[in-house]
Design a protein around this ligand. Structure first.
Ligand code: HEM
Length: 244
């Protein structure tokens, strides 16, 4: 509202900001829905509701970063979908899914059990209680922790391969460095996750790991934005607009 009154808000960003504000309101509702799951039969919240709440918070966070970059650098009109930008988008999507899996770990309090690494209680996958069927993927402490571990390993491989390729091709200005920043953030985040787990998730390490996830997502969002922006500059001949 302040930027609009000061006439500092470009028209193209008004709708986007309104949507982000609306999502903030929806997040309040989802927060209530999440907390209400812990009011009757249980004193903690349902893991899947916590993951939805975390997921929307992270979506708003990514939307704010993207909108900030557009506000700072001007609009890019060319949205040519090519393999390269698909790779950056897949990497961002995979990190987002990994965060949701982390939300399930936190929600199921699975960071307090199976605190050995690389094994879980001396085995690859600790025993899973399948009595509730597919709900085990949301609630079972062993399974959600296992999925979060495997997701991390897959991301480390995928993120590193992506960074090496991005460096070799360097299709776009800054894209090699951005890809390496994402890969480095992923490795640090994985080490932090392992330290969190092996110390049975003290509050400060859990909070640091959560903040680290936001940083990894921010890096991957900026990487995708850079790749798409650079494509626009590669494929269009018009001058780059700066500011509004
Ligand atoms: C590398 C990519 C990773 C990402 C992006 C990531 C992200 C996240 C996120 C977003 C959460 C939820 C935090 C919360 O809601 O409080 C979480 C929780 C957790 N993660 Fe990770 N994680 C990664 C790797 C790992 C690894 C490799 C481990 C250990 C082997 C690990 C162990 C944990 C534990 C124990 C929790 C629960 C913390 C709590 O209860 O507060 N993470 N992760």
């Amino acid at each position: 509202a302040a930027f609009m009154i000061l006439r500092q808000m470009p028209r193209r960003l008004i709708l986007r900001c309104a949507v982000l504000l609306g999502l903030g309101g929806l997040q309040g509702l989802i927060g209530w829905w999440m907390v209400s799951s812990g009011l009757s039969e249980r004193v903690d919240v349902a893991p899947e509701r916590l993951a939805v709440h975390l997921g929307l918070a992270l979506l708003i966070f990514m939307g704010l970063i993207w909108t900030g970059l557009e506000a700072w650098n001007g609009e890019s009109h060319n949205r040519t979908p090519v393999v390269w930008s698909r790779g950056a988008a897949v990497l961002l999507g995979a990190i987002f899914v990994q965060c949701l899996l982390g939300g399930l770990v936190a929600g199921a309090k699975a960071g307090f059990v199976y605190t050995d690494w690389p094994l879980m209680n001396g085995t690859v996958l600790a025993p899973v209680d399948w009595s509730a069927g597919g709900l085990a993927f949301l609630h079972d402490q062993a399974l959600v922790q296992f999925n979060h571990r495997i997701g991390a390993y897959a991301l480390l491989v995928g993120g590193t391969v992506y960074a090496v390729q991005a460096w070799r091709w360097r299709l776009a200005e800054g894209s090699g460095a951005a890809a390496f920043a994402v890969a480095a953030a992923l490795w640090l985040q994985a080490l932090l996750g392992i330290a969190t787990l092996m110390n049975a998730t003290p509050l400060w390490l859990g909070a640091l790991h959560q903040a680290g996830a936001a940083l990894v997502l921010a890096a991957a969002t900026i990487n995708l934005w850079l790749v798409r922006r650079s494509q626009a500059r590669l494929f269009t001949s018009g001058p780059r607009t700066r500011g509004l």
